[in-house]
Design a protein. Structure first.
Length: 295
């Protein structure tokens, strides 16, 4: 799959967008904002992953239903009782609505983090945080790299043992073979670490002032997008501070609506902010398909 257009933007643009989207998704408890966050995050996942996004959406839908309908089983607060269980425990409307809101917040945050992982790679993270804490950023990126590296190496070791007839049979044989494979992996990891340290020392690592290399440049479109995003974030934040995003579920349901003059401007700005990357991806994909059809 081709890289999505929003993923090709400057790392600062990606980081600010996902940071604000995740914070807003966790803070806003109003059902309208939760629904928009879930919808926009799901659309962005589809625009990035295509049909592969369904593998995450289907279990998240089940988890949403479990959180929503199980919350009244543990939370009996609220004034409107829908029905009473045989033991006399009430099932209230307020607890159900609170469960729906909590489930929506949880799902939207998971979707935004999934979109973040598909947009921000290790190079972008290193570019953003290396000037602030270069050693920590390098250590974190190397640690994250080691997880898939060690998994591939362990698979190679086990395949090699199986090829020469040392895979083992039965539970005891499999356990013994697995321990031997892990021992070989640890030996390889230590040897690889020593080789890497020697190589970095020979290249002069730590001997002088560090310089950095970056392939990222803040273009005109990135600046325009960053200014638009900043304006929308400020507008949503100011409106939220004035109660445009207020919602409370206990002991009764109270939330901002038509009585709040800033409710609709905040909702519109929030929707426009969250739909920006999806609109960029869709427009880029449509343009690419049009140009390809002309070949």
């Amino acid at each position: 799959m081709r890289q999505a257009a929003f993923s090709a933007c400057h790392p600062l643009v990606n980081a600010i967008y996902f940071g604000a989207a995740i914070v807003f998704a966790m803070v806003f408890a109003h059902p309208a904002y939760i629904a928009i966050s879930c919808l926009c995050s799901a659309l962005y996942l589809v625009s990035v992953r295509g049909r592969g996004a369904l593998r995450l959406m289907i279990p998240m839908a089940v988890l949403f239903a479990v959180i929503a309908f199980a919350n009244p089983l543990f939370n009996t607060g609220g004034t409107h009782i829908l029905f009473t269980w045989p033991g006399g425990r009430p099932y209230t409307l307020e607890a159900l609505c609170y469960g729906l809101a909590a489930g929506g917040i949880f799902v939207s945050v998971i979707f935004w983090f999934a979109g973040l992982s598909g947009t921000m790679d290790s190079g972008k993270c290193l570019y953003l945080f290396a000037p602030l804490a270069p050693s920590v950023s390098l250590a974190v990126n190397m640690a994250l790299r080691f997880v898939p590296l060690y998994r591939r190496k362990l698979a190679q070791i086990m395949e090699g043992r199986q090829a020469i007839g040392l895979a083992g049979r039965g539970k005891r044989g499999l356990l013994s073979g697995g321990m031997t494979g892990l021992s070989s992996l640890m030996s390889w990891a230590l040897e690889s670490g020593i080789s890497t340290a020697d190589s970095m020392k020979c290249r002069g690592y730590g001997s002088g002032k560090r310089s950095t290399f970056s392939i990222y440049r803040m273009g005109r479109s990135d600046k325009i997008l960053l200014c638009l995003m900043s304006a929308l974030i400020i507008l949503v934040t100011v409106c939220a501070a004035r109660g445009a995003c207020f919602a409370s579920y206990m002991p009764d349901i109270r939330m901002a609506g038509q009585t709040r003059p800033l409710f609709y401007p905040a909702l519109s700005a929030y929707t426009l902010f969250l739909i920006l990357p999806t609109a960029i991806n869709i427009s880029e994909e449509a343009q690419w398909r049009y140009l390809r059809s002309k070949i």
